[in-house]
Every structure is written in structure tokens, then in C-alpha cells.
Design a binder for this molecule. Structure first.
Ligand SMILES: [Zn+2]
Length: 173
């Protein structure tokens, strides 16, 4: 199994209550980056993100996607690259999910950016974008996955939001 290959103890997955996720099978282009790369989400999340983004813009808040769907293969590369820089497993897994356990592979999760704020930084919480999301994202079925002291033991990620299937809402991971 991939965790063993990476040297990630399976107990860690249990103690942190990490959930294994299926890789999205059906994906749509939801946004295209200025450099031409495409951001992909599964169709229901794509529709939700478009509605949410338009509504935010109507309120004067500009949102864009920093990262959306990632494959298990890509997540594995990210973890391997971090190992190669000498980071320990706890250091890596405080901020990154093990392959097969990332919400990004479901095609439902996005890392959100807003103009004037560096991507993937906690100061995102000080932006009008974050305030708007906090008040309105739920109406689009979108929730912040990793608040302070989240059950999965990830560091606080105010930029990471996920379209939640009602049947799995509140389960986490
Ligand atoms: Zn994320």
C-alpha cells in the first residue's frame, strides 16, 4: 500500500481519524489559470463553485481557485518532494494529506485565493473574501474543512473549502 511505501505509519491515519477518499471519476474545467493550466472539479462542485463565486462578486468580493482537483499520483509526488527536502512525517502531515486521504482528490475541494493576499497563507482569514465565505459558503453546500483544532490534526487552513455532500456532512476528512 502506498502509505507503507512512503513510510507513513497506518496508526497515524487512525489516531487522526483521516478518511480515505475516492478519486473523482468525472471532472469538469471550473477555472483556467492565467498561465493556461486548468482547474478541475466534479460537476456538482463545479456548479456550486460557479454560483458561489458569482454571488460573492455581486457583493464586491473577488474569489479565484488556487488549487482544485489533485490526483492520488500528484499528491504522492507532493509528499515525496517534501520528504526529499528533509521534512519529517509529522511535519509533512501537519499540512498535507497522505495520498488517498486528500479532499482534493474528490474533486470537491478548493484552495481559495483573493487578489492582494498571498496564496495559502493564514492571513487569508483577514480578507473580505474569508468574511464573505464564512457567512455565505454554507448556502452553496461549501464548508471550511480545517478550522482551528480540527479533529484531523491539520494546521488551520482558512483557504481550504469543500463542497460537502449532505449525506457525509460533518464527518470530516
Ligand atoms: Zn487544500
Amino acid at each position: 500500500m502506498i502509505l507503507e511505501q512512503l513510510g507513513i505509519p497506518s496508526e497515524l491515519v487512525i489516531t487522526r481519524a483521516l478518511r480515505e477518499h475516492e478519486e473523482a471519476k468525472l471532472l469538469e474545467v471550473v477555472e483556467i489559470r492565467p498561465d493556461g493550466r486548468e482547474h478541475l472539479l466534479e460537476p456538482v462542485a463545479t456548479a456550486a463553485w460557479r454560483d458561489l463565486k458569482k454571488s460573492a462578486l455581486d457583493a464586491g468580493v473577488s474569489l479565484f481557485i488556487v488549487s482544485a482537483f489533485r490526483s492520488i499520483e500528484r499528491q504522492t509526488e507532493i509528499i515525496q518532494r517534501k520528504f526529499a527536502t528533509g521534512l519529517s512525517i509529522p511535519e509533512i502531515l501537519a499540512v498535507s494529506a497522505p495520498p488517498c486521504f486528500s479532499q482534493h482528490q474528490t474533486g470537491c475541494a478548493v484552495d481559495v485565493g483573493t487578489p492582494g493576499c498571498p496564496a495559502l497563507e493564514v492571513k487569508f482569514e483577514d480578507t473580505p473574501a474569508f468574511s464573505w465565505l464564512t457567512q455565505n459558503a454554507r448556502y452553496y453546500g461549501v464548508e471550511m474543512s480545517y478550522p482551528h483544532r480540527n479533529a484531523n490534526g491539520y494546521e488551520y487552513e482558512p483557504w481550504h473549502w469543500c463542497h460537502v455532500n449532505r449525506s457525509t456532512a460533518g464527518v470530516g476528512g
